[in-house]
Design a binder for this molecule. Structure first.
Ligand code: HSE
Length: 307
């Protein structure tokens, strides 16, 4: 029987512009590192080695809530200690809570000899998202666990569809301001017009067809959000300028990463991704907001065991 496992859980971009709550992709960086050990005393102990001062009580901790859901269905009195080193800043819009929740349940499942299939792990991890923002959603968790790009057709019951796609290079800027997912959800309009809905579902269908047909032009045309972005972008200083300059510089398209404040762009080549990352830095240097940029790719592994 194994007593210890160490894993890396990737950052993710939820929504992919037009697919609010139903589309997401995993990134090669940043990644959280998590260690899970079996202990003699039944129960769950949470430790952090980073500076974020996240709650240590399992019920209030995103990874803890996900693990408690798993342990409840396991129905065996086992003891676990989870030690997390977060590199995905909470509140960044890069799936920080999903990495904690998904990483923890994948690690536990492997440590215990894989008693649960992936859909169960997604279900357990959604309890962590509920702690983080009050709502269960799987558009970060699913690509975090599986890697690649995923469609969540439904969460009740869970119906997930991994999507093939052509190679994509991603630039991301994380302006160091906090946008709470719960607030970014609260401000959304609860109703949309039929005209907006038709435009949006045309874009979602076009984006998925573009991925499957490896048609970069169709992907580019479909990266448009007429429902969420007009409301949420108000929370992100510099958003309009970053977006318009990156599109002019050759990005396929992009927008708010998850609930923000990070902004991402997709590209065919790494050179293009590097040039839009430079634009992102230029905009935030001028506005005077601290920021971090990444030039990365779609991660096809998902949560990965480390030696
Ligand atoms: N789909 C979610 C949202 C992702 O946009 O609120 C949050 O990480």
């Amino acid at each position: 029987m194994r007593n210890y496992i160490r894993i890396a859980a990737p950052a993710t971009i939820a929504n992919l512009v037009c697919g609010f709550d139903i589309l997401g992709l995993a990134l090669e960086e940043p990644m959280d590192i998590m260690e899970l050990e079996r202990t003699d005393d039944p129960g769950l102990v949470i430790r952090h080695t980073d500076e974020y001062a996240l709650p240590l009580s399992p019920e209030e901790n995103v990874a803890g809530a996900a693990l408690l859901a798993l342990l409840q269905e396991l129905q065996e009195p086992i003891g676990l200690q989870l030690t997390t080193t977060k590199h995905i800043k909470p509140g960044s819009g890069l799936g920080s809570s999903a990495a904690s929740a998904a990483g923890a349940v994948v690690a536990a499942n492997r440590l215990l000899g894989n008693p649960f299939p992936t859909p169960d792990l997604i279900r357990f991890a959604m309890n962590g998202e509920k702690v983080a923002c009050g709502v269960k959603h799987a558009d970060n968790i699913t690509p975090c666990i599986l890697g690649g790009i995923t469609l969540i057709r439904a969460i009740h019951p869970l119906d997930i569809v991994p999507l093939e796609a052509p190679p994509l290079h991603v630039s991301v800027v994380h302006p160091q301001i906090e946008v709470r997912t719960s607030d970014a959800r609260q401000i959304l309009r609860k109703e949309v017009s039929l005209k907006q809905a038709i435009r949006q579902w045309g874009n979602i269908a076009g984006l998925i067809a573009g991925f499957l047909q490896k048609d970069y032009r169709l992907i580019s045309r479909s990266l448009e959000d007429v429902i969420i972005e007009p409301v949420r972008s108000i929370l992100i200083p510099g958003f309009a300028e970053v977006k318009s300059r990156c599109l002019e510089a050759g990005a396929l398209g992009g927008g708010i990463s998850g609930s923000g404040p990070s902004v991402f762009m997709l590209h065919e080549t790494q050179t293009q991704a590097e040039s839009t990352a430079a634009i992102m830095r230029d905009v935030y240097n001028r506005i005077g907001i601290d920021h971090k940029t990444y030039v990365t790719r779609v991660n096809t592994d998902g949560v990965k065991e480390l030696p």
